[in-house]
Write a protein that binds this ligand. Structure first.
Ligand SMILES: [Fe+2]
Length: 294
C-alpha cells in the first residue's frame, strides 16, 4: 500500500497519512510504517480515503493487536463489539445510541482503567455537527522528559489508581461531564432483556509507564481518569496529581485536531493524552472508536 506520511506543519505532534485503501488488508510493510509513524508523531490523521465499513475498520485496527471490547462495559455493543459508538444521538426509545453526550471530555488515555490498558486508539468521524468540537492531543513522553530528574526519580516508584466511576455517576446525575448520560437507562434495558454485561473495571498502573513496544517512558496520569496515587494520603495525592496535570498538558505540547467527516485518527493512547471540547447538543456527532490492548 503506497502510504504517504507527512508531518503536520507547525504542530508539536501529528502527521497526515494519505493513500490508505480500507478495502485492502494491511500488508506487514505498511503496518510497520504506520507503527513507526506512530512512534515518531504519536498521532496519525488518515484523510482522503473512502469511509471504511465496520468490518474493514476492525480488520485494520486488529492488525496492531487484540482489540478491547469496551462497548460491552458501556452497554453499547453492536454486531462488532470492538467498535465503541461515541455519539450523543438518542434512539426512539429515548436511550442514547452510544457512549457520551455533547459535554466536554477531560484529558485521558483510553482504557487506562483496565488492567491491560489501551495501546493504539482509532477514532473515525462518521457524522459531525456544524460546530464540530476539536480533539486535543498532548505528548506525554515529552511531559516526562521535561520534568526535573529528581522528580522523575520520585515518580518512578509510584503507582496510581484509574477509574471511570466518577464520570459515569456524574452523567447519571446530569452533570455537564456526561460521558454516558444514558448508562442507567441502558442498565435497566439490559436487565429487562436478560443481557448480562461485565462491570466497568478499575486498575492501578505505574505513574511512569514503559511503552511495551518501544521501551520509552511515559508520564501516565490524566485529570480525567487518574483518581489517586497509591500509598499517599488523600491530600498529598491530590497535590501531586494537580501538579502533574498542570505540567502534563502544557499548551506547547498540544495539537488540536479539527475533524472532517471520514477522518480516521490513529494515535498512541499511552503516550498522548487527549480531550474533547463540548458542542451544541442539538447537533449530532457520531464517531467510531477502537483500541488495541497492551
Ligand atoms: Fe478517548
Amino acid at each position: 500500500m503506497g502510504l504517504d506520511i507527512t508531518p503536520l506543519h507547525d504542530e508539536p505532534l501529528g502527521a497526515l497519512v494519505r493513500g490508505w485503501d480500507p478495502g485492502q488488508p494491511l500488508d506487514a510493510a505498511s503496518r510497520d510504517r504506520i507503527s513507526a509513524g506512530l512512534g515518531d508523531h504519536l498521532v496519525l490523521v488518515f484523510r482522503g480515503h473512502r469511509q471504511p465499513t465496520d468490518d474493514e475498520l476492525v480488520r485494520f485496527a486488529q492488525s496492531f493487536g487484540p482489540l478491547i471490547k469496551g462497548s460491552e462495559w458501556f452497554r453499547d455493543a453492536g454486531e462488532r463489539p470492538e467498535i465503541l459508538p461515541v455519539t450523543n444521538a438518542v434512539g426512539e426509545d429515548g436511550i442514547p445510541l452510544g457512549t457520551g453526550g455533547a459535554g466536554p471530555l477531560e484529558w485521558h488515555a483510553d482504557y487506562s482503567y483496565v488492567e491491560r490498558p489501551g495501546k493504539e486508539s482509532f477514532l473515525n468521524a462518521v457524522v459531525l455537527p456544524p460546530d464540530a468540537p476539536c480533539t486535543y492531543f498532548c505528548n506525554q513522553y515529552d511531559a516526562l522528559t521535561e520534568l526535573p530528574a529528581a522528580k522523575v526519580g520520585e515518580m518512578r516508584g509510584l503507582r496510581a489508581h484509574h477509574s471511570l466511576a466518577e464520570y459515569v455517576e456524574r452523567g447519571v446525575n446530569g452533570d455537564e461531564h456526561d460521558l454516558d448520560t444514558g448508562f442507567e437507562a441502558k442498565r435497566r434495558r439490559d436487565e429487562e432483556l436478560g443481557i448480562d454485561r461485565p462491570p466497568i473495571p478499575e486498575a492501578e498502573h505505574p505513574v511512569v509507564l514503559t511503552h511495551p513496544d518501544t521501551g520509552r517512558e511515559i508520564l501516565y496520569v490524566s485529570r480525567g481518569l487518574t483518581r489517586r496515587i497509591m500509598g499517599m494520603s488523600r491530600d498529598d495525592s491530590n497535590a501531586l496529581l494537580k501538579e502533574m496535570h498542570q505540567h502534563s498538558t502544557r499548551p506547547e505540547r498540544i495539537y488540536a485536531h479539527r475533524w472532517e467527516v471520514g477522518d480516521l485518527v490513529v494515535f498512541d493512547t499511552l503516550g498522548a493524552l487527549h480531550r474533547r471540547d463540548a458542542w451544541d447538543p442539538r447537533g449530532t456527532r457520531v464517531m467510531r472508536q477502537l483500541s488495541t490492548s497492551c
